[in-house]
Design a protein around this ligand. Structure first.
Ligand code: NAD
Ligand code: HSO
Ligand code: ZN
Length: 420
């Protein structure tokens, strides 16, 4: 892993850049795919699925019979693990429900807000290099809790665990489409795929660029959730083997993933670097992890203040605090998707089963975006009711404001009632 010692603050922006495919190139490729789907519908989807995913079938829809058969194809321990993860994710997301509260802002003037599930949502489940069935739980559980009526799942994989999780969570339809073409199909609709109101889910750079591009044309998206990343802040109380394992756990996602180690201890950095080289040899996805580690850095800093500033500037998707005073420091974190405290909180637990959502903003977007939650699947509608007495109190205020804005029709809507 490349070790950078005491970089000046002016060097941080260059140092903290994420790896990216050449932008012009990826955008024009994704635009080409979007245009092809808009024009060619299902036929274009079949051709793209054949070209990018080696799909040779005639129907992109996975039948209810195939979905129902998936349970028999999984071993009992895996089904039990999925069940446990399901319970924890359900519990944490259920706790995000907020009761409707009616507020009397002035005598006779009552306002309230109700959450309503977005009717039709599309969820993208990555399946290019690994079938991420855990993402089905992360997206379909809050979608169901929110009351979404139609949940359309797109994925390039027909792995039985994806189908099993889809059935368990109550997904409406499963379509075997991946990449930018899946996002285009959900955004514009085709003969068989319904256009949805909001698209969710992580994916590689093709998926993420496609989401950003279709969002400019009216369909809502959750956030840019691209190639996975983790930053670990470790001090001498950290266990180098644990830190190396955490870094590799995100490095194995894709060659464009990035992991960052930050420390004020040179000896800790050296120990992690050594452990990482050893553990790398054991990995099933060694080639991918090696490519990601080539994009990654260990950064030695002078003091805690610099570490905190650098991490808030980086705004990582995941931040692990393997430091003595993790709880106190966590209060000062202002930019991160999800934070993991202490030596026994591996990021993998958040990926699968502790209860938090693993669909999180990458590429510095944690500065302004949150990860997926129950809220992401709802709209908030406001309501109000004003009594005649309430209008007598509030009306003159509105009349004065409307008159000052030169909007006499607004003023009149109040005045006509006050006169009656
Ligand atoms: N941020 C998050 O919350 C989060 C969560 C889980 C996974 N991830 C990320 O999701 C990604 C999963 O990537 P993946 O590739 O395994 O699966 P994927 O499903 O995201 O992408 C696979 C699709 O990419 C398309 N594609 C591949 N090569 C292409 C090319 N040359 N031109 C056009 N399209 C092409 C294909 O259509 C294929 O179906 C990883 O980068 C991982 O880090 C992020
Ligand atoms: N780490 C990913 C989010 O960046 C989520 C995931 C799914 N499976 C394993 N990990
Ligand atoms: Zn992961």
């Amino acid at each position: 892993m490349k070790i950078v010692t005491n970089p000046g603050r002016e060097e941080w922006p260059e140092l903290l850049k994420r790896p990216e495919l050449p932008r012009g190139d990826i955008e024009s490729r994704v635009q080409g795919i979007i245009d092809a789907v808009k024009e060619g519908g299902d036929q274009a989807l079949l051709e793209l699925a054949a070209r990018f995913d080696g799909f040779t079938g005639e129907s992109l829809e996975i039948s209810q019979a195939e979905i129902a058969a998936s349970a028999a194809l999984l071993e009992a321990p895996l089904k039990a693990a999925i069940g446990k993860a399901y319970q924890n994710i359900l519990k944490f997301h259920e706790s995000q429900r907020q009761a409707v509260e009616k507020i009397e802002t002035a005598p006779g003037v009552t306002c309230w807000r109700r959450s309503v599930g977005i009717e039709k949502v599309g969820i993208y489940i990555p399946g290019g290099s690994a079938p991420l069935f855990s993402t089905v739980l992360m997206l379909a559980i809050p979608a169901k809790l929110a009351g979404c009526r139609e949940i359309i799942l797109c994925t390039p994989s027909n792995h039985p665990a994806i189908l099993y999780a889809a059935q368990l969570t109550g997904v409406t339809r499963v379509l075997r489409i991946g990449g930018a073409q899946a996002i285009a199909a959900l955004a514009y609709g085709t003969e068989t795929i319904p256009k949805v109101f909001k698209i969710f889910g992580p994916g590689n750079q093709y998926v993420t660029h496609a989401k950003l591009m279709v969002s400019k044309e009216g369909v809502a998206i959750d956030m840019p959730a691209g190639p996975s990343e983790v930053a670990v802040w470790a001090d001498e109380t950290a266990v180098p083997d644990f830190v190396a394992a955490d870094l590799l756990s995100q490095a194995e996602h894709g060659p464009d993933s990035q992991v960052i180690l930050v420390s004020t201890s040179a000896s800790l950095i050296n120990a992690v670097d050594k452990a990482l080289a050893g553990q790398m040899e054991q990995l099933s996805r060694k080639g991918i992890a090696e490519a990601a580690i080539a994009n990654s850095k260990a950064i030695l800093l002078a003091n805690e203040e610099e570490a905190l500033d650098l991490l808030n500037e980086y705004a990582p998707e995941h931040l692990i605090l393997s430091i003595e005073n993790a709880e106190a420091v966590s209060e000062k974190i202002i930019n991160a998707g999800s934070v993991f405290l202490g030596n026994y909180t591996p990021e993998s637990c958040g990926d699968y089963a502790s209860g938090t959502n693993h669909t999180l903003p990458t590429n510095g977007h944690a500065k302004a975006y949150s990860g997926v939650s129950l809220d992401s699947f709802t709209k908030k509608i406001t309501f109000q009711h004003i009594t005649p007495e309430g209008l007598r109190g509030l009306g003159p205020v509105v009349e004065a404001l409307a008159e000052a804005e030169t909007l006499t029709a607004h003023k009149n809507a109040v005045a006509i009632r006050l006169k009656s």
